[in-house]
Design a protein around this ligand. Structure first.
Ligand code: HEM
Length: 182
């Protein structure tokens, strides 16, 4: 079975790890009452990890545009091909839109982002009390949509692995043979 290329595989798993970490941190930090140093530290880490997701997502998108993914196995029903196609497009949109909305919310709240405390990132607009609550809602709902889609994506992969047993997961496995790269 043809596999994804090594850069696509590495980016896929890095993005997955970072998204899960950033998501959990987002839930944990917003649950901490008041304004403690720990809460502020978690907020900073959440933003740095989120910006890292955006950078990795940009690389993944460029790679995806430059190199076509391996074709689905012959005999995959048309509806499954369509579902996979649209699922992947939506995932790409969300892995960009989620960090962008978090970044925009942070700017609207009047907090510049200094990447890992050393690199000031661009401030595209200043504090905006009207936009701020809107962007908070937008970030929240995009987060939840991404979580739902990731769960669906994982469920589909597990179905292929354990019910259809068609070896589809091996295409994206970091542990498989590198001879058959596509
Ligand atoms: C993959 C990237 C990201 C994911 C999965 C993510 C996820 C989340 C989640 C789950 C929450 C908690 C929502 C809630 O329960 O209210 C949250 C909140 C937040 N996120 Fe993100 N986020 C990402 C990127 C970013 C980025 C890049 C920034 C800013 C640079 C950011 C800034 C914030 C802020 C400030 C909050 C707190 C919102 C509040 O005060 O209610 N996020 N994020």
């Amino acid at each position: 079975m043809p596999r994804y290329s090594l850069p696509a595989i590495v980016l896929h798993w890095l993005i997955a790890l970072f998204i899960i970490g950033t998501f959990i941190l987002g839930l944990v930090m917003t649950d901490i009452p008041g304004l403690s140093p720990t809460k502020l530290r978690y907020f900073s880490w959440h933003k740095w990890l989120g910006v890292t997701v955006l950078g990795l997502a940009a690389l993944r998108l460029l790679w995806r545009l430059a190199k076509r993914p391996p074709p689905l196995p012959a005999g995959t029903p048309g509806w499954q091909q369509q579902a996979a196609h649209w699922m992947h497009i939506l995932l790409y949109v969300l892995i960009v839109a989620v960090p962008v909305s978090g970044y925009a919310f942070t700017l609207a709240a009047g907090v510049p982002v200094v990447y890992f405390g050393v690199l000031p990132l661009p401030v595209f607009f200043g504090p905006d009390p009207v936009l701020k609550p809107v962007l908070r809602e937008v970030h929240y709902w995009l987060d939840m949509s991404l979580a739902a889609l990731v769960l669906l994506h994982v469920a589909a992969a597990l179905k292929h692995q354990f019910i259809d047993r068609d070896g589809l997961l091996a295409r994206m496995s970091p542990f498989g043979s590198t001879k058959e790269k596509a």
